[in-house]
Design a protein around this ligand. Sequence first.
Ligand code: IMP
Ligand code: MG
Length: 207
Amino acid sequence: MGDPRLISVLIDEASISRRIDELSHAIARDYVGITGLVVVGVMKGACIFTADLVRGLSRAGMSGIRVEFIRVSTYGNEVKGPEDRGRVTSIGNLTCDVAGRRVLLVDDIVDQGFTMHAMKRHFLEALGASEVRTCAFLQKRLTNPTAEVQALRSSFQVDYYGFEVDDLWVVGYGLDVAEEFRELPYVAACDPTKKASSDESQVTPLC
Ligand code: IMP
Ligand code: MG
């Protein structure tokens, strides 16, 4: 894979595309007879997944979908550390009014679960959505969750997810480590402590 930080491919392109097709059909079946769904993708990690998912939903027969994106950040630019427990989630503005509307929130990964949980509450309580379902491309199988995370993960489950992954840092298909590797068409396990193979990672980000 070139870069020494990329350890192995966990999910290849063909598996992603098959799973998106299955997931889209399952979601479309659940929303039969419902129109005016607002699909909200979380930037930047879920942009690629959202783009593929909404086209999957269309192929599965859904129509009248509105697609929106929202900026949400929980870990900032860094990899999660042990001190990240209960870290504050900051949620940006939406460009449409979702009051009284059904919303499907789409994120790249549920790790400890704080982000999706905070977003669901925000859409129901602050924005007045009539119903909020959640869909994550990945869900982490946590090996050593704190009691707080365990309680959160058992009280709140996403409605839909693509794949489960082990408790590693994963990149690709929209997921990053400090803004790198989002463009990979597959999902790979990453060791961010290894040295980058080129000087490109030293380039100052534009934004
Ligand atoms: P949670 O609040 O702990 O569920 O964290 C979810 C957010 O952290 C996701 O929206 C991702 O942006 C980021 N994240 C968590 N784990 C990973 C990972 O393994 N790779 C890339 N981003 C991750
Ligand atoms: Mg994210």
